[in-house]
Ligand binder design. Structure first.
Ligand SMILES: O=C(O)CCC(=O)C(=O)O
Length: 259
């Protein structure tokens, strides 16, 4: 975490009941009659999970992603204990005097659920907001991750106004006329298997491709190693209020350090 290098942890979720228990079939048996919203459309879980099972690159199931588990599937929370000590003290989950800062940071500390099938991918190459680290816990199925270090940002064409999202949408067939420097980008590509946890450090670009019906859990964390990245993220593009925010967040960071 301190040098900012991605790692695959092989023992972080060893004690989770979710492993070996959660699967599309198990979810269908337990939550089949619920409705989920994906990209603005409603799906019954049983129909969605059937599609996940038969998903192909030609007919990919929609990708249920970034679903706050505590809100939507509170029954799953007990299956994710204990939380790995690797997460460290998560400063996102602390108390903040400013209500909007408190809500924003606490929301970002939630465990999130991802369910998808073969041929589907995370929609964008990006790095996570708030300068946060990400931990991605693979519970079922196999995913391919593609990551690039922060030093390669200039090859990845950040979107103006949303600079943590790359303008390059198809990494396998990039438009090199529009994005010529992308030819110099060097990804690291690897698979994540059930029981493995991927640590993506602050600022690392990443995206995922689903290779078989897949269930993943994620969490974002901030601590003394990336608090400055959070302060930069929250003050960037706010020339006036940015100064006040910067002062407030600097003090809040110091209080986190001692408290
Ligand atoms: O689909 C995935 O596993 C990637 C998730 C991700 O990168 C994110 O939610 O920020």
């Amino acid at each position: 975490m301190r040098p900012g290098i991605p790692v695959i942890l092989t023992d972080a979720t060893r004690q989770w009941r979710a492993l070996g228990k959660w699967s599309p079939a198990w979810m269908k048996a337990n939550f089949g009659d619920r409705t989920v919203q994906i990209d603005g459309k409603d799906y019954r879980m049983d129909a969605f999970l059937d599609w996940v099972e038969r998903s192909t690159p030609e007919d990919p199931a929609p990708y249920l992603r970034n679903y706050v588990i505590r809100e939507h599937f509170p029954e799953l929370v007990d299956d994710m204990r204990p939380l790995p000590p690797y997460f460290g003290a998560n400063w996102l989950a602390r108390k903040y005097l400013l209500p909007n800062v408190h809500r924003h940071l606490n929301r970002a500390a939630e465990l999130e659920l991802y369910v998808g099938g073969s041929g589907q991918s995370f929609p964008v190459l990006h790095y996570d907001g708030l300068g946060s680290h990400a931990f991605l816990m693979q519970v079922h199925g196999v995913k391919r991750y593609i990551v690039y270090p922060p030093e390669q940002t200039s090859f990845l064409y950040p979107t103006p106004g949303r600079r943590n999202i790359s303008q390059v949408r198809d990494l396998h067939h990039p438009d090199l006329q529009a994005f010529p420097l992308f030819a110099q980008a060097e990804p690291t590509i690897f698979e994540l298997h059930p029981g493995e946890t991927l640590f993506v450090p602050s600022g690392w670009w990443h995206t995922a491709e689903i290779l078989s019906p897949s269930i993943t859990v994620s969490i974002n964390t901030v601590n003394q190693w990336n608090w400055n990245a959070l302060v930069r993220d929250l003050t960037y593009n706010h020339p006036v209020s940015g100064l006040l925010r910067h002062a407030y967040l600097t003090v809040a960071g110091l209080m986190n350090l001692v408290g």
